[in-house]
Structures are given as structure tokens and as C-alpha cells.
Design a protein around this ligand. Structure first.
Ligand code: BGC
Length: 435
């Protein structure tokens, strides 16, 4: 009898242990799980030969161990930063205030108070950029040339470097654009708006300092594209440069090749105008603050630093996903992006490796300015993860020379010049690449 009881107790203990164990991941909150996942990726990238790495949570950080020791240099802090939290709430309050002002049409004094706060933020953003500025280069010379030319002509004065009539935090309208025609009427040049056919704009009251190509990789996301265009045209116009929005649409059924589409957008855009700056952005990323500059500073810039999907935090230091900008010569210098990532993930990590390899320092806007809403509604289909991405990431540095702009293959099927955007409809297939 006693021995039966012992067996029962033993079985009960084992079952309970399993039961409790299954709850262990549940002890981590969402943010921690996010950190854990990206950390796991870093560990894999760090040393793929070391198969026995395990990750443990110790107080406020994760550590990676192999059988004998802590794997060097990998430790991720998961402690919450209360100063950042505070800042987040403050900006949120500002946004609400501004939204109310717009809604209720409150008097000018209220708006002035909000604007004053925004001015303070502007100062903060500047400091960060100055800290990050690294190398001066030939492009600066180009700008100087434009300035000189301007001084000797009678045309309009130069546009302000970072825009005019900026609002700061913006209301994000995610409602459906049922019919594009009224939006085209509102924004398009044909009916009194500012956007020229093909989705471009040039300030008339001042001479723009830069020509920016906005490039969007695309497939089957028309609802999101319409929301993007409604938000972005007025946003970009306040930044007072020449811009044109290009959508690169991958036709047919091969897995989506986000980075390849960026390369194609780049290659086709420079045939149309002398762009000196390129913004590569996902179609579902809508900036929440127009002080987030869509031009190109002295080195490559990662703009989507605080996305709502990631709790307005950078998921990991080396992330370059979402939205970023490059001067033309810098994009050429890194040979663009890889053409070999088919499906979700990895291509932006590969891009980060290229930037690092070439010795460029990344610039980023301040966290309270580089805020984004990811439009999740009206999204019907996601790409499958690329199973080969981890392997490819092992060779990012070596591949840069022979995988990118210089090995790009595609067929341009059609160019559609719509009132608010230019489409490049292209065919790009895995079978075109034998690497
Ligand atoms: C992927 C990136 C992606 C990031 C954030 C990483 O695991 O490799 O492509 O941008 O997660 O979602």
C-alpha cells in the first residue's frame, strides 16, 4: 500500500513539475519575450558553431551560456527605463492636446503653448543629431554648390533645411480610403492641390536643397497604400524638398523580395530624375511626428526607431527595419541591399552589416520624434519567413561586393504614372539568381 502511495506521489511530482515548467515562459511579460526572441537571434548570429548555447534570465537581464561559461559580450538589459516611460507619457499628452486643439478649434494661445513644447523637443533632437554626425563628404559640397548658385540667381530663396510649418506630433488617421478619386482631387495638381502627376512635388516659394525618392516595396496592400499616401503627401510637403513617391510592385508568385525591390526602385528612380537622397520605407509605416526628417543627413539614417508594435522601443540596437534613408553615394558604396532574401526577415540585418563594414555611423532621430504607427488593419497576407536568412547572415560582409546593385536582375513590366504615385510593376524571380 505504502509503496503504491509512493509511486503515486512520484508520478504526481513529475506531472506537477512538467505542469509548472510549461508556465515558465508565461512568467515573462510581452516586452521580455520580445527581447528574448531578438536576443536569441543575436546569439545565433554571434556564434553559430556553438550549438549548446542556452539563454537564462538573471534578475534584469538575459545571459547566454554555453556548457562552461557565459558567452562573451552578450547580455541584454531588460530593465524598464522609467525616464523613457515618462517621456513617452509626456509626448502622448502633447499629442492629445494637439488633437483636441484641432478638433475643438481652440484659441491661438493654446496652440502656442503646444508649439512651445514642440520647440523644446526640436532642440533635443538637434543635440542628438550633432552628437551622431560623423563624416563630412562630397554631398555637403553639392549642397554648398546649390547655395552658391542660388546666391547668384534671382529665383526664390533656399528652402529651410528641415522644413517649415511643422506641426510635431500628428494625428494618425487609419480609416479606410474607400475611393481614391476624392483624395486625388484634394491633393492632385489637376484640381488645385500640390502633387504633380506621378506623385511628385516641388516647393515653389523656395529652392529645394535636396531631391528625395521615397521607395516602397509592395504587393497586394492597396488599402494601406492609400492610407500612406493620404498621410505622407502633406507630411512631405511641409519638409520643403523635392520628392517623388515610387511603389515597386512585385508581380507573380515568388516569395516577396523586399530588399531586391528597394534596389529596383533605386535603379529605376535615378533614370527619372537626379535624386540625391533615398528613403526606403514599408507601406504600413506611418510617421507620427513631422519633425522626423525624411531627407538624408551625413550618414545613413534609421528613422523608424519607436514603432507602436514594439512598444515605442528599439527592439535591438542593430535593427534597421521599417524606414531608413541613404544619400545616393552611400547606397552605391554599399552596393545597395542584398537580392537574396526571399520572404520575411534578415535583409535589414544584412543591410546593417553593410553599413558597418563600410564604416558609416548610423544616425537616428530622438525616440520621441522617430515614432511610428504600424497600420495593421486592412492587411490580409504576410510573407513567410525566409528559411535561409540565418545562413545568409553569416556571410553578409563577404557578399556585399557581389550581391546587390551590381547583380540585380528583373524585368520591368510596366510603369504606371498615377496622380499620387508612380508604380514600377516588375518581375523578379528566385530562378534569376544562381548564387
Ligand atoms: C528580422 C528583421 C526584422 C526584425 C524585427 C528580426 O528577427 O531578422 O528582418 O526587421 O526581426 O521584426
Amino acid at each position: 500500500m505504502i509503496s503504491k502511495l509512493r509511486v503515486l506521489l512520484f508520478v504526481f511530482a513529475i506531472v506537477s513539475a512538467f505542469f509548472l515548467w510549461s508556465f515558465v515562459p508565461g512568467l515573462l511579460d510581452k516586452q521580455e519575450l520580445l527581447v528574448l526572441n531578438t536576443f536569441r537571434l543575436q546569439v545565433q548570429n554571434h556564434d553559430s558553431k556553438d550549438q549548446n548555447v542556452v539563454i537564462v534570465k538573471k534578475e534584469k537581464s538575459f545571459h547566454a551560456h554555453n556548457e562552461k561559461e557565459v558567452v562573451k559580450n552578450i547580455k541584454v538589459d531588460i530593465s524598464s527605463n522609467s525616464a523613457e516611460e515618462e517621456e513617452k507619457n509626456r509626448v502622448k499628452d502633447l499629442e492629445d492636446q494637439l488633437r483636441d486643439n484641432i478638433k475643438d478649434n481652440k484659441n491661438d494661445n493654446d496652440i502656442k503653448t503646444v508649439k512651445k513644447e514642440i520647440e523644446k523637443d526640436k532642440e533635443k533632437d538637434k543635440t542628438i543629431e550633432v552628437d551622431m554626425k560623423e563624416k563630412e563628404d562630397g554631398e555637403q559640397e553639392k549642397v554648398k554648390e546649390v547655395i552658391k548658385k542660388q546666391e547668384n540667381t534671382e529665383g526664390p530663396p533656399l528652402c529651410p533645411e528641415k522644413g517649415e510649418n511643422l506641426v510635431g506630433p500628428l494625428f494618425i488617421d487609419q480609416s479606410l480610403v474607400k475611393d481614391l478619386a476624392p483624395l486625388e482631387q484634394e491633393l492632385g495638381i489637376a484640381s488645385g492641390g500640390n502633387v504633380e502627376k506621378g506623385g511628385w512635388y516641388q516647393p515653389t516659394m523656395c529652392t529645394p536643397l535636396t531631391k528625395v525618392a521615397i521607395i516602397i516595396p509592395y504587393r497586394n496592400r492597396f488599402e494601406q497604400l492609400k492610407i500612406f499616401l493620404r498621410h505622407m503627401h502633406p507630411f512631405l510637403q511641409r519638409q520643403r524638398f523635392y520628392y517623388r513617391i515610387f511603389v515597386v510592385e512585385q508581380l507573380f508568385d515568388d516569395p516577396f523580395n523586399r530588399a531586391g525591390l528597394f534596389n529596383i526602385g533605386y535603379t529605376e528612380a535615378i533614370k527619372m530624375a537626379e535624386f540625391d537622397c533615398f528613403v526606403f520605407t514599408d507601406v504600413d509605416l506611418v510617421p507620427e511626428d513631422d519633425r522626423n526628417y525624411y531627407g538624408c543627413p551625413t550618414s545613413p539614417r534609421h528613422m523608424s526607431v519607436a514603432v507602436d508594435k514594439f512598444n515605442y522601443k528599439l527592439p535591438y540596437e542593430a535593427i534597421f527595419g521599417g524606414c531608413g534613408s541613404f544619400k545616393r553615394q552611400h547606397y552605391e558604396d554599399i552596393n545597395g541591399m542584398s537580392n537574396l532574401f526571399w520572404g520575411w526577415g534578415g535583409e535589414d540585418d544584412d543591410l546593417f552589416a553593410r553599413i558597418k563594414k563600410r564604416g558609416y555611423k548610423l544616425t537616428r532621430p530622438a525616440m520621441q520624434i522617430g515614432r511610428y504607427t504600424m497600420v495593421r488593419i486592412h492587411h490580409f497576407q504576410s510573407s513567410q519567413a525566409d528559411p535561409n536568412r540565418m545562413n545568409l547572415l553569416q556571410s553578409s560582409n563577404e557578399r556585399m561586393e557581389f550581391d546587390g546593385l551590381n547583380t540585380l536582375k528583373y524585368n520591368l513590366k510596366e510603369i504606371v504614372v498615377d496622380p499620387l504615385v508612380t508604380f514600377f510593376k516588375i518581375e523578379m524571380k528566385k530562378s534569376m539568381y544562381n548564387l
